[in-house]
Design a protein around this ligand. Structure first.
Ligand SMILES: *Cc1c(COP(=O)(O)O)cnc(C)c1O
Length: 395
């Protein structure tokens, strides 16, 4: 095994420099604990950016994945296979969706949602209704089309021309949504229930329900990007449940596979059957191993488990909200953003030095622990964050 210095050196030499990495190389983990090559232990409060739903090397998940791995690891979508069929059934019966398209990432799940919305509009309103309204400060992915959907100019610079037809409304401002619906020929409104990369900013209930009303009035679809909020992260299986209204299309990825790459686009009543044979595809989509991992994740996310996510969320919020050096806590479930008096980057580095891995979202410290993090580990991590936020605030 390589030591940390060698790993970092080789990475710097050969991996494209698109990531500003922390000065840390992880080699293994168990549950909510991660280790570097020298054996230093860290409490995982980021889950590989909301991916490791059940932590690292969860025994049940490993069993489900390795059993599938030794039976059939890939077939292509030219044939039927069991894990994808069972996973689609689970996703539909637990959400009320009618059908599912599988891909490998959040960006691809959104690409599919966007293609479906355009096709739906072409069939139902006319192909000139290709516009999609997204929100300022949103994040929908890194492909040229999902970058266009992303309402943050910093990501667009120097990659233009992007895909046409994306218009940005202001989160929380229904009038700005309606103005675009009136002025542009649109197919859909697309939004994250909690803007993750945008700084863990939840949309208000009033705004979300208002968007549903506007969508009906102007005959456009509602797309929920639940790539980050989905799969139990919000304290609900999918965050839309908190609003009591299902979208017409829901995209998800990150935590679905519990550590394996899988994306899913769920079609509800209005959009079921829109995409037909030959209109979309993905070589690895519904890969049996990734699907087996996802099936296991979903089997664990029952009512009791989701209630425990909400309890842990409340514990973090109450422990940190009024703590010294902390300005506010935002978010939903185990997707929380902490505004600190001290610079978030400095807080994150010091937490890392003290063995707690948290990440950044804009100017906030972002917490995305494994959903099954044991109380003991969670308390220890919260205490470290609390001390660091307080100490650095006084510097
Ligand atoms: C991470 C993320 C994406 C992009 O997912 P990738 O798997 O990196 O392509 C899209 N939307 C949201 C809301 C995300 O958090």
């Amino acid at each position: 095994m390589m030591n940390s210095i060698d790993i970092k050196q080789k990475d710097k030499e050969y991996v494209a420099a698109t990531y500003a990495r922390f000065d840390l190389a992880l080699t293994h983990g168990e549950g909510s604990y991660l280790y570097d090559a020298e054996g230093k232990r860290y409490i995982d409060m980021s889950s590989g950016i909301a991916v490791n739903t059940l932590g690292t090397a969860d025994p049940g998940w490993v069993r489900a994945v390795t059993e599938q791995l030794s039976r059939l690891s890939h077939t292509s979508n030219l044939y039927y296979s069991e894990p994808g069929a069972l996973l689609a059934e689970q996703l539909c019966t637990r959400t009320g969706a009618r059908s599912v398209f599988f891909s490998n990432s959040g960006a691809e799940a959104n690409e599919c949602a966007i293609k479906c919305a355009r096709l739906w509009a072409a069939k139902n309103k006319g192909s000139e209704y290709f516009g999609i309204i997204t929100l300022k400060n949103s994040f929908h992915g890194r492909t040229v089309t999902t970058l266009a959907a992303t309402g943050q100019e910093v990501f667009h610079t120097d990659f233009t021309p992007l895909t046409e037809g994306f218009y940005y409304a202001e989160a929380g401002n229904l009038a700005s949504v309606e103005e675009l619906l009136k002025g542009k020929k649109c197919a859909a409104v697309m939004m994250e229930p909690v803007q993750g990369e945008g700084g863990v900013v939840p949309l208000s209930r009033e705004f979300v329900l208002g968007v549903f009303e506007l969508a009906e009035k102007y005959n456009v679809l509602v797309i929920f990007d639940e790539v980050q909020t989905g799969n139990g992260r919000s304290g609900y299986l999918y965050a839309y449940e908190a609003f009591g209204k299902a979208p017409d299309i829901l995209s998800t990825a990150k935590g679905l596979g519990g550590g394996l790459p899988i994306g899913a686009t769920l079609f509800f009543e209005k959009t079921h059957g829109t995409l037909g044979a030959g209109q979309h595809g993905s070589t690895f989509g519904a890969n049996p191993v990734a699907a087996a991992g996802a099936l296991h994740v979903l089997s664990r996310l029952d009512g009791e488990f989701l209630a425990s996510v909400r309890e842990k969320s409340e514990y973090i919020i109450s422990a940190l909200s009024d703590a010294a050096g902390i300005v506010s806590v935002s978010g939903m479930g185990l997707m929380l953003g902490i505004e600190t008096v001290a610079d978030a980057g400095a807080v994150i580095s010091e937490c890392m030095r003290r063995g707690v891995l948290v990440i950044k979202a804009k100017t906030k410290v972002r917490l995305l622990p494994p959903l099954n993090i044991p109380t003991e580990a969670l308390r220890e991590a919260v205490e470290v964050i609390k001390s660091v936020a307080a100490e650095l605030a006084n510097k």
